[in-house]
Design a protein around this ligand. Sequence first.
Ligand code: PMP
Length: 286
Amino acid sequence: MTRTVYVNGQYLPEHEATVSIFDRGFLMSDGVYEVTSVLDGKLIDFDGHCVRLSRSLSELEMAAPCSNETLLEIHRELVRLNDITDGMIYLQVTRGNPGDRDFAYPAEDTPPTLVLFTQSKPGLADAPVAKVGWKVISVPDVRWGRRDIKTTQLLYPSMAKMMAKKVGADDAWLVEDGMVTEGTSNNAYIVKGKRIITRALSTDILHGITRAAVLRFAAEAQFEVEERNFTIAEAQDADEAFITSATAFVMPVVEIDGTALGTGKPGSVTARMRELYLDEMRKAAI
Ligand code: PMP
């Protein structure tokens, strides 16, 4: 089945969808994005993604391409047209095509570019790796200073992912001033007893939609939540560790820079949080 994608008002077969070579997204990474998971044909935390998209757009003084109601319709139509049961929907908004290259932003009436496509991942929530956990390495965080904006400037996270893969690890945790900021495309946590520790929100990290939900469910389940910085050494000494993202949900981390955590197996707090998150979010899916 040919994938149907969405570009600027049109649903098209993927090989017919095009964007200009002058698009600011292509030339300048002048764009923002969201990735929404689909489970059982329904959107997970769609409202959370809409709120963050609006914030990313306004921080960059970029026009919204359409209303959230229209975005919801497009997401649902793509799920329907591509017969997605489990997977994700990628959405990107760029500052559009000014017809030439210039560092200055184009005229305000330049229409933004809006692209969405689906990625089918049957059994996304039952990925076998969630039973085994991830191995991560630490690498310096040399990204720009506005990581709270979900921009398409993903070259360094991509390089860090490759550094991890080259040494047989699953991901990298980024470290700045001796403290873990986050993973390449996820938020990072450690667990000590019944305490879940994760870096506080600031411009240093992306404000994960999954992070917000997990911390809410953790508090409701009587886990203690501590929002503070931690080092790689403290993480290696923790009972458990995990990451969260909209597509990996809650994923155990069992090894950091070659040091196994606790038993070297996914921990019970992490397993409980994964179960809670998936149960609650499936119930609220739209
Ligand atoms: N941090 C970074 C750098 C990310 O790229 C992502 C995922 N896009 C996250 C955290 C997790 O955010 P979310 O839970 O909203 O997917």
